[in-house]
Design a protein around this ligand. Sequence first.
Ligand SMILES: *Cc1c(COP(=O)(O)O)cnc(C)c1O
Length: 432
Amino acid sequence: MTSSICGSQVMGRSFNDKDTQSWWNIVQYIDISLININIPLFQAMSYENLRVSSPKIVDRQFVKPLLCGPGPCDYWPAVVEALSRQIITPNCDEFYNVLDDIRAGLQYVFQTQSKLVLAMSGAGHAGMESVISNLVAPGETLLIAARGVWDQRAEIIAKRLGIKTEVTKTPMNSTFTLDQLEPELKRLRPAALFITHGDSSTGTVQKMQGLGELCHKHGALLLVDTVVSLIGVPFLMDEWGVDGVFSSTQKAFSGPAGIAPVAFSSRAEKKINNRTHEPPFYFDVKLLANQWNCYGDTRQYHHTMSPPMLWALRACLQSICNETLPVSWARHAASTAHFHKRLQEHNFEFFVPKPEDRLSTVTTVKLPPGVDHLEFTGYLREKHNILVLEGRGPTVGKALRVGIMGVNARTAVADILADAMADTLRAIHPKK
Ligand SMILES: *Cc1c(COP(=O)(O)O)cnc(C)c1O
């Protein structure tokens, strides 16, 4: 494999950002002088032919709130720096080295030794669509264990792909037991079971131990959404027998949305290699594995990946690997335990009754009867510059969704947030 050159060489000297700037100034000057001499070409493309005039796009200033919703989360400092780096061609050694770093980091955060680990260009939904479309063929059955909005998304995506869907439900403020799922796996013999590990619409965390084994016993693959749980809550892909898993960078990863980590087990790999259906081209992991060099130095172009997104993901992984997963899990658990204690001191109640079902990245909080949820979140944003979100799906009008995750998983943030929430309640609900 010959190595290509990332930094351009112009006339034997190396090229830098200052050159780009002065080159741009010259281009602008040339354009204006050409227009001024009114050559016929410009007369032909006169302003009269433009049906849409140029809008005035001015900079907008805004004050960024502390992000304590169910996502997105604030960035790691290294991510801010990574996003401001200059662009390079995604077809050179430097770029492919970044892909290698990312794959190694993702194997660590998913805790898998699988080679088929990469990131999809797109938000968490891209991960969801790729895991489902690569592992379940049209006409096959996907069993969906539903307790929030993300399982509904999985159902919509699967249906559009021509997959038969079956849904089994549990009360929205609880999680599934193996005993609940086994009869359904037995009865339906699905190609796969879809389940959400951490659910940000209900604030629950699903226990995963034994689930992989149970699925495999009944001939099903296990597909898991870890968008809002990975990094914040223990997740052990190989140990738990998970076959297809996806996440997103905008939650506990503390990066920007736009690049979705995915991983496939060897069982999943076998299915992908023997499949007879074609998943959507953009989500085809068989092709993407060749771009990501999952099985050696293949470097096959599939689509132009976004270098800033990859640098951002690499910076997230660097920060997470430096901290290590056990420390990150403990930090999330400690800051959320502190937050919950402070909420109870202020007489807030939890939407999820069983403490062991509560997700440590997103807490669903009940407000006293009569308190308007949007008024509450509006006041918190206006007066305290903190963003939390109202309920979604099963929690609409029932609970707020409050996130303490990623870089914000600290007891200092928990204190600021709990105090601001207490102040907000006093202000808009004076009787309390
Ligand atoms: C936020 C979220 C998603 C969606 O992720 P996007 O990056 O917005 O596509 C999916 N699943 C869960 C559990 C989430 O919390």
